[in-house]
Ligand binder design. Sequence first.
Ligand SMILES: *[C@@H]1O[C@H](CO)[C@@H](O)[C@H](O)[C@H]1NC(C)=O
Ligand SMILES: *[C@@H]1O[C@H](CO)[C@@H](O)[C@H](O)[C@H]1NC(C)=O
Length: 249
Amino acid sequence: MSRVQPITENGAVETTTPYTPRKIIESKSKVLNFLTSIKFTLTLIIFLVILSCTIVFDSIWMSVFAGEVSKLSENVRKSEFNLIISNTERSIKKVVLASELAKSQLYSGFDFSNETQSMSHTFRMHKAIKSHLNDLHMLLVGDSNGNMYGIELEETSVMFTIVNQEKDQSYWNCTDPDKNDECIHGDFPERVEPYSDYTFIPQIASNNQGRTLFSPPFIDSHSNQLSIACTSILAIPPSSKTINFVTML
Ligand SMILES: *[C@@H]1O[C@H](CO)[C@@H](O)[C@H](O)[C@H]1NC(C)=O
Ligand SMILES: *[C@@H]1O[C@H](CO)[C@@H](O)[C@H](O)[C@H]1NC(C)=O
């Protein structure tokens, strides 16, 4: 059964229990009074005006700065991109120039099948070129059969290499390459590896006589690196059927 409780004049429930929340009711009505008072209304209006002003100003500044910041970052991006392009362009020009200069050294009486001659020529060429080309990995001269002689730069060594078409590829360690003008090497090659397929280079050469061009990128099976060959092909007299070339990887 529920107890019926008397109701007082102002509508509050009067109870006799010791935990009557009279004080809470009093403070609630105080809060209500304050909420409806002019003082509070004015404070609220001023607060809202300040808040809205702050939001408006902030959004103006934000939009101004956001524009500036995005313009700035776009400019930075653009200039970095241009730098990459101009560096790449410069590297490509250097490789082409080096290939054509190397080719120009091979015109008069160069015998592409003479191992001794090819060794000393490619060694001196690589010495002249390597300080201007950071990415030079290999410099080769070759004939239409795809036999090639050249210099391969390894981590700490300069190796003379002979690509014997469809047979093998041998490497000779050139001792003290900085001090010598010739590749001074031992009697036997440092190592002989299975032949890696460079046949696309003489193929490029036979189809593009007299030109300098880049191969499509390929994975070099020895270094396992992505490489691009720049091949400069000697102009061939009409009577001759041989195609000789110098190529850089
Ligand atoms: C190869 O070239 C060297 C030096 O240029 C020369 O002395 C030699 O006779 C040539 N060998 C052949 C087989 O022509
Ligand atoms: C080549 O010889 C040099 C010493 O002249 C040596 O330091 C280097 O390790 C050798 N490189 C190879 C691949 O054998």
